[in-house]
Design a binder for this molecule. Structure first.
Ligand SMILES: NC(=O)c1ccc[n+]([C@@H]2O[C@H](COP(=O)([O-])OP(=O)(O)OC[C@H]3O[C@@H](n4cnc5c(N)ncnc54)[C@H](O)[C@@H]3O)[C@@H](O)[C@H]2O)c1
Ligand SMILES: [Zn+2]
Ligand SMILES: [Zn+2]
Length: 381
């Protein structure tokens, strides 16, 4: 890292995606100073999430290149722009793909985390303040991703997308709290809310589903039933407290019926983390009449439609959905980090791989082959 021009511009190394699906290229990139309501962060550890891979592949998404991907990260604030009052240089922080402006009707509501100003926007390539990018190489601007762009030694982020955390928290672990982990964990703890001893079905045992299972374990659920089409997921899921497994491909009956039979009428709670609309319907129809609650987390395809008989609602099954585990990024995420510090939440088992920044493309290989839950990238190595 070299400081340029009155100690305000930085020359750093970033992993730039020049083209869809092509390996990232390590480039010297200029990082502009933070503008109004922005902070510049030295990224210490970042982890790779499926969403990075999806937008890098750009199949079905608006292609926006060159771009710096990355959204799950832990780092330290280097400098702050005008109007930033809640953060200062030296603060330990997590970047979050969706924000909390603190001023809109959602931020004022105790129930919502869907900020009007800073809600996730996958198509935006510049900063909200002026639409410009803070990254450039040889005078050519490079697009941001989710307002975070953490595959860079330094990044500039809106202060509403920055959660200030306990400085004692190890950033190589808590960086994964930024996205997938909190999404699954919060879907169970904040929305499904299983009571001690209750049964919970988790549809989809990827990182988000395993985090939902971790939420069920923390809640003291009695039975945790994992449902996945891929039997390779079952062995790993045992470490997450999943006690029984159902592979819909191994049954002639609809999976909701299999689960209803296994549980004498249905599970108390279910959390869907697949993105498949069939699994969403199954997750709803397998909860018990009278009190069962199903929570949808997976992101469906654009033309999907959820079809179920209205009697399912009349029989007092409840269907809910959750965005980012219903956590408010700035208000609630520091508390999730505290759960790890108190040893209530186990993060270590999610981190199956680690690579130095120079080998970031290997993380994409692990993720594409379905070999890892989370690969943490060490920006200082
Ligand atoms: N709501 C939110 O805020 C939010 C945030 C992040 C991710 N997500 C979504 O959560 C979902 C899970 O993310 P992930 O990273 O864990 O994905 P993943 O691909 O690692 O895991 C999904 C799992 O679901 C399984 N699966 C697919 N179809 C199935 C079916 N019909 N029945 C049973 N299992 C099935 C797959 O085999 C896989 O193991 C994705 O749709 C992702 O887009 C939502
Ligand atoms: Zn807001
Ligand atoms: Zn993510």
């Amino acid at each position: 890292m070299v400081r340029l021009k009155n100690v305000t511009w930085l020359l750093v190394t970033a992993a730039v995606a020049w083209e869809a699906g092509k390996p990232l290229v390590m480039e010297e990139v200029e990082v502009a100073p933070p503008q109004k309501h922005e902070v510049r962060i030295k990224v210490h550890f970042t982890s790779l999430c499926h969403t990075d891979v999806c937008f890098w592949e750009a199949k079905g998404q608006t292609p926006l290149f060159p771009r710096i991907f990355g959204h799950e990260a832990g780092g330290v604030v280097e400098s702050v722009g005008e109007g930033v009052t809640d953060l200062q240089s030296g603060d330990h922080v997590l970047t979050i793909f969706t924000g909390e402006c603190g001023n809109c009707r959602h931020c004022h509501s105790e129930e919502s985390n869907m900020c009007d100003l800073l809600r996730i926007n996958t198509d935006r390539g510049g900063m909200i303040h002026d639409g410009e990018s803070r990254f450039s190489t040889n005078g050519k601007p490079i697009h941001h991703f989710l307002g975070t762009s953490t595959f860079s030694e330094f990044t500039v982020v809106h202060s509403g997308q920055v959660a200030k955390i306990n400085p004692e928290a190890p950033l190589d672990k808590v960086c994964i709290v930024s996205c997938g982990l909190s999404t699954g964990l919060g879907a169970t703890l904040n929305v499904a809310k299983p009571k001690r001893g209750q049964s919970v079905a988790i549809f989809g045992l990827g990182a988000v589903g395993l985090a939902a299972a971790e939420g069920a374990r923390i809640s003291g659920a009695g039975r945790i039933i994992g449902v996945d089409l891929n039997p390779n997921r079952f062995e790993e899921a045992k470490k997450f407290g999943v006690t029984e497994f159902v592979n819909p491909r191994e049954h002639d009956k609809p999976v909701q019926q299999v689960i209803i039979e296994m549980t004498d009428g249905g599970v108390d709670r279910s959390v869907e983390c697949t993105g498949s609309v069939q699994a969403m319907i199954q997750a709803f129809e397998c909860v018990h009449e009278g009190w069962g609650v199903a929570v949808l987390v997976g992101v469906p395809r654009q033309d999907d439609a959820f079809r179920t008989h209205p009697m399912n609602f009349l029989n007092e099954r409840t269907l809910k959905g959750s965005f980012f585990g219903n956590y408010k990024p700035k208000t609630d995420i520091p508390g999730v980090v505290e759960k790890y510090m108190n040893k209530e939440l186990d993060l270590d088992k999610f981190i199956t791989h680690a690579v130095p920044f120079s080998k970031i493309n290997e993380a994409f290989d692990y993720m594409s082959k379905g070999e890892c839950i989370r690969c943490v990238i060490d920006m200082g190595a």
